[in-house]
Design a protein around this ligand. Structure first.
Ligand code: GDP
Ligand code: MG
Length: 860
């Protein structure tokens, strides 16, 4: 290092020459003129002297390991844009900020250069011990240190940390004692170290990187920076995003700390430390949602993703792992949550029903075999005639009625008696307090009677037996008691607990007794509901109305449902746009155990789903979306449902050794023929297993069986009814329609051998229901029909169906609409259909138009 004059040194360390001269004198060196040359060694001596006079030698460790320099410079800084990035908006204003620039550098004897500094202190040691051997010692130590430096670094690391703390405390003490002198000493040392600054980066902990601290992208360093930002007075300081000024990027590299003292310099006090947030990450989350959870702009997230090599849009869904990476990268804490957890938590919140328990009316489900008089009995009670309007006399849905009787209010649920609705009835028992089992006195216990008993028992619901039709001559109530006792339903007068009431839905005899029995039973059960809570309930039926959209009948269980409430049921939600009671009257609100018809849902909910009022639409949507995703996932998982095309590959891969089939045919003869021929196809390796076979249209229970046994469904000259069609679609069941037995056998055979030819797919293009039949001399028999599905096209082949069974296959002769010949008639419109060579069309028949397409098979 070049020697300097006293004057130059004074300039560098910014102190009057006189003072420097005095200090030099005190250090035992005689300089008189300001242009006397001070050698390096003499500077060292001065340094040693000053340190000694500050008591620095007390801790040799500290002083030898580390030198900390502090300097502050006040200046003003013109900031072109809002310096804080987010939050403050406009970037156009220029503002002047008072800036205190603090340089705080700590040099640790990590490398040779620092070793030098350390050794200089060793030198001081020697001054103390023996004043003259100073120079030589420095030289020796220097060489030695350079050799040892590398080996020592690791060992010294621990000591340094300790030393650093000590040194800090000391520096502070020294400052208080004699700030001026400390500064001098440091200045000298700084000058010494100056040449090394660029080579030797200061310890990070003491030098705050200038890059925008607020960017969560730097959040990881945040922990260290927080400490660093505590100024030398131990006070938190604001930090200016200097890189936003556009000038300080270089400065950043020089590790300059720019800090603004929040106390008096200016008014704004923006939080500058990155807020570390706990971010809940569901199984999938969109970029914008994720950004929102971290309170940053989506662009920041996209930037991080880009750095990770993923190009994402704002609405893109990220999987949990990616989202976790992003969150970690941005310095936040990620908390992984499964969808179920979220849903459960929300549900828990929703299901919490607190409040005064008020007694409520019982919900009574009427069950029993078809035609035993369930609807009639209900009608009598309601004194209206619902059965008249029903198609085919079979209740097509779960109707619900709130009835005010002389014995108190009762809510009745009329469950369908048809076998196809078994599953729905199962739900019926769950929302029920009491089951009324209707048994016709002249007919006795029937299959569905037994089914109903099972449901009631499974649901632990008390049973009241209404022995109906006692007005009939053939009525034999004792026989009913007898038969029921075989199914563990023991009448009270026989020592059991089952209440039997003889009634007649026709004459009304005994109905009052029945009502009394119900209210007695209800009283014993002490049924309660809460009214002052967000409403909840159960969907008992739903449909899609052409004009009104999704329509749901909901039985309110707790709370008061009002028009305008946001409701959530399953994966559907919406604001209650309108409400009706069971008679179709507009109502504004409904309390516990009243059935209401609700409009305004986003889609048709499943019957049996719970309904909850949610505080806002956003939350409702959130849960609905979760559930939808979950449903979709489950559906995907379900797609392992067997398909004929895959039969060979799944079998040859050893996954199945049997091909399960559910077959429905038009007549018993075809059924037997099919059963026999298909069973013959079984070989040692592959077995054809007909899980179920029967005659008639494909109904819900057939679908249930196919679903449960992973079977492929074959319809021979029969079709699936509307409900089962929906189920088949929902569950993605493989259903094939055939009209020639050999086709069935051929197809199954080929599927088993993996040699499926190009498939001839029959696609049903449209379906029309015959409303009226005209006979004209000119056109023959014309079926006045309503197109209920798809469209009817003239050029295609047709089939005539009666009760979902094919009764005729042929050609469409004429298609007319209002006396005009047309080529196509769409769903929802009426038309006249003439079937070639077929005159026996009845009202209620269905005419199916289909198309044969060839689909190339791919088996890989
Ligand atoms: P559901 O299928 O169980 O709903 O039975 P319905 O209520 O539709 O009744 C079936 C048939 O039985 C109808 O024709 C009714 O008129 C008749 N029916 C129902 N209850 C009685 C009754 O108490 N006495 C007589 N004589 N006929 C009844
Ligand atoms: Mg009925």
């Amino acid at each position: 290092m070049a020697d300097v004059t006293v004057k130059q040194l004074a300039e560098v360390i910014r102190m009057p020459v006189d003072e420097l001269l005095i200090q030099l004198g005190q250090a035992g060196m005689s300089f008189s003129k300001d242009d006397d040359v001070i050698s390096n060694d003499e500077k060292m001596e001065l340094l040693a002297h000053l340190r000694q006079s500050h008591g620095k030698l007390d801790d040799k460790e500290a002083s030898t390991k580390k030198v900390t320099l502090n300097r502050s410079k006040r200046s003003t800084l013109k900031v072109a844009s809002a310096p804080t990035g987010r939050g403050r908006g406009s970037g156009a204003t220029t503002r002047t900020v008072n800036v205190v620039v603090r340089k705080k550098r700590t040099y640790v004897s990590r490398s040779a250069v620092e070793e030098e500094a350390r050794l200089k202190t060793e030198e001081e040691d020697r001054i103390k011990a023996e004043e003259d051997a100073k120079i030589q010692a420095v030289e020796d130590a220097k060489i030695k240190a350079e050799e040892d430096a590398k080996a020592k670094v690791q060992a010294e690391e621990d000591a340094k940390v300790k030393a650093e703390d000590d040194a800090k405390a000391k520096i502070k003490a020294a400052e208080d004692a004699s700030r001026q002198q400390t500064a001098d000493a440091q200045r000298i040392a700084e000058q010494e170290a100056k040449a090394n600054t660029d080579k030797q980066p200061p310890r990070k902990a003491n030098a705050t990187p200038e890059k925008d601290q607020r960017k969560p992208g730097r959040g990881k360093a945040g922990g260290a920076d927080n400490k660093a930002r505590k100024g030398r007075y131990g006070r938190a300081e604001l930090h200016v995003a200097t890189d936003k000024s556009g000038r300080r990027r270089k400065g950043a590299k020089r590790k300059r700390t720019v800090s603004i003292q929040s106390s008096d310099e200016h008014g704004f006090a923006k939080p500058t430390q990155p807020m570390v947030q706990e971010v809940n990450i569901p199984e999938s989350i969109t970029v914008s949602e994720l950004a929102q959870k971290m309170s940053i702009k989506a662009a920041e997230v996209i930037k991080v993703l880009m750095n990770m090599g993923t190009m994402a849009t704002i609405n893109q869904n990220l999987d949990q792992e990616t989202a976790e990476l992003v969150v970690d990268e941005l310095g936040h804490k990620s908390v992984l949550v499964s969808d179920n957890e979220i849903e459960n938590r929300l549900l828990e919140e929703l299901s919490e029903v607190e409040g005064e328990l008020l007694s409520r009316a019982p919900v009574v489900t009427v069950m029993g075999h078809v035609d035993h008089g369930k609807t009639s009995l209900l009608d009598y009670i309601r004194s209206t005639k619902v059965a008249d309007g029903e198609s085919g006399g079979i209740t097509q849905h779960v109707g619900a009625y709130h009835v005010e009787t002389s014995k108190g209010n009762i809510t009745f649920l009329d469950t369908p008696g048809h076998a196809a609705f078994t599953s729905m009835r199962a739900r019926g028992a769950q929302l029920t307090d009491i089951v009324i089992l209707v048994v016709a006195a002249d007919d006795g216990v029937m299959p569905q009677t037994i089914e109903a008993i099972k449901h009631a028992k499974a649901g632990e619901v008390p049973l009241i037996i209404a022995v109906n039709k006692i007005d009939r001559e053939a009525a034999d109530p004792e026989r009913v008691k007898n038969e029921l006792s075989q199914h563990d339903v023991i009448p009270e007068d026989w020592g059991g607990d089952a209440i039997f009431v003889n009634v007649s839905a026709k004459t009304g005899e005994g109905v009052d007794n029945l009502l009394e029995a119900i209210s007695l039973q209800a009283e014993m059960m002490e049924l309660t509901a809460v009214e002052e809570c967000p409403a909840n309930g159960i969907v008992i039926e739903s449909s899609l109305d052409r004009g009104r959209g999704p329509v749901a009948t909901i039985l309110i269980r707790n709370g008061i449902l009002k028009r305008g409430d946001v409701i959530l049921t399953g994966s559907e939600y919406g604001r209650v746009r309108a409400m009706f009671d069971e008679d179709g009257n507009v109502i504004d609100q409904a309390g516990p155990v009243t059935p209401v018809v609700v409009l305004g849902l986003s889609g048709v909910p499943h019957a049996g789903n719970e309904m909850h009022v949610v505080e806002n639409e956003r939350k409702a949507r959130e849960i609905a979306v979760f559930r939808k995703d979950k449903d979709r996932d489950q559906k995907l998982a379900h797609q392992q449902q067997a398909r004929l095309e895959d039969a060979f590959s799944t079998m040859s891969s050893g996954k199945v050794e049997a091909l399960n089939l559910v077959i429905k045919a038009d007549v018993q003869g075809s059924m037997e023929a099919l059963r026999e021929s298909l069973n013959k196809l079984s070989t040692d390796e592959v077995r054809v297993n007909i899980v179920a076979g029967g005659v008639g249209g494909i109904n819900e229970s057939d679908v249930g069986l196919a679903l449960a046994s992973r079977a492929i469904m074959l319809g021979f000259n029969v079709r699936a009814d509307a409900t089962s069609r929906k189920l088949i679609e929902e569950n993605d069941i493989d259903l094939h329609y055939y009209s020639v037995i050999y086709d069935v056998i051929d197809e199954v055979k080929k599927a088993l051998s993996g040699m499926l030819s190009p498939e001839v797919r029959e696609e049903i293009v449209g379906l029309a229901e015959v409303k009226d039949v005209f006979r004209s001399s000119k056109f023959g028999t014309i079926a006045g029909s309503m197109v209920i599905e798809g469209s009817i096209r003239r050029s295609l082949p047709i089939r005539v169906l009666r009760d979902d069974v094919v009764i005729y296959e042929g050609e469409l002769e004429s298609l007319r609409r209002h006396k005009d010949d047309v080529n196509e008639v769409r769903s929802g419109t009426e038309c006249g259909i003439g079937v070639k060579n077929y005159t026996d069309v009845h009202v209620g028949d269905q005419i199916e138009v289909f198309e044969r397409t060839e689909v190339a098979r791919t088996i890989d």
